[in-house]
Write a protein that binds this ligand. Sequence first.
Ligand SMILES: NC(=O)c1ccc[n+]([C@@H]2O[C@H](COP(=O)([O-])OP(=O)(O)OC[C@H]3O[C@@H](n4cnc5c(N)ncnc54)[C@H](OP(=O)(O)O)[C@@H]3O)[C@@H](O)[C@H]2O)c1
Length: 287
Amino acid sequence: MTDIAKAGVYKMGDRAVKRMGYGAMQLAGPHVFGPPKEHDAAIAVLRAAVEAGVDHIDTSDFYGPHITNQLIREALHPYSDKLTIVTKVGAKRGDDGSWMPAQAPDELRGAVHDNLRNLGLDVLDVVNFRVMGEVMAPSEGSIEERFTALAELREQGLIRHLGLSNATAVQVGEAQKIAPVVCVQNEYNIVNRADDPLIDLLAEQGIAYVPFFPLGGFSPIQSDALAAIAARVGATSRQIALTWLLARAPNVLLIPGTSSVKHLHENLAAAELELSADTLAALDAIA
Ligand SMILES: NC(=O)c1ccc[n+]([C@@H]2O[C@H](COP(=O)([O-])OP(=O)(O)OC[C@H]3O[C@@H](n4cnc5c(N)ncnc54)[C@H](OP(=O)(O)O)[C@@H]3O)[C@@H](O)[C@H]2O)c1
């Protein structure tokens, strides 16, 4: 079995997690809406992740909605002290599966309670405030009132640590004046590197950067150059894309998503891959 600890650990507040984690979004039904195609297969993926040593799982109560958290609870509760579950608030789902902002302070408080109930927890390890200015790209705009609402829940003891998602460097700075930020989760991968400066800034501050869509998400990364390098190294393109992310900076934590145990093991094996400096340079040139 892969030793995922080979990729190292990084801190999120007072928690230390392995850099290779798991993103649970894909467990809910088609388009992250409704129940999974196969309930038992979803439970098996979560248990296989933890058995393989994963101690960082990313989720949200708006996946399903509620379903992904309920699956996590069914598969893994009572949770090991070693497991860090990171959730996010700031959106809700329409009856048609659409994604809508839910960012009023009352909605954020309600979402924290939904996460607590569906995960079966008294305290959430880490809650990311998911900015929804532009849905799929960070955009400027004050988050003070909304982040303050979450900081109050942290002070009340319902949340251990706060993070941000889909956020700009300016918003990270604004949030840090209100409460400590332990992680930032934005879209980033080998072909989408708009966040390069933010990753470096956060690395200097010891803050985790957690790329979502590390494999391209709903549009899998397509790159002939990546495929050629993967073939030469004897790995899959997805493994190389993940190993490149691990090499990008020590504060990068991975949460590749999958609904398949086979794919999970393929992805986790990227933690053991070592790439030469020449190969990493060739991968850098792909963007
Ligand atoms: N903050 C945000 O706004 C935000 C947005 C999106 C996602 N996220 C988080 O980020 C995590 C990762 O993102 P993601 O899951 O959307 O995208 P991803 O990790 O880039 O890719 C997941 C997709 O790749 C497929 N896949 C994964 N491993 C594979 C393999 N070894 N072989 C073939 N196909 C494979 C999956 O299908 P199979 O199920 O068939 O393996 C799925 O369709 C999510 O789970 C979620 O927790 C956060």
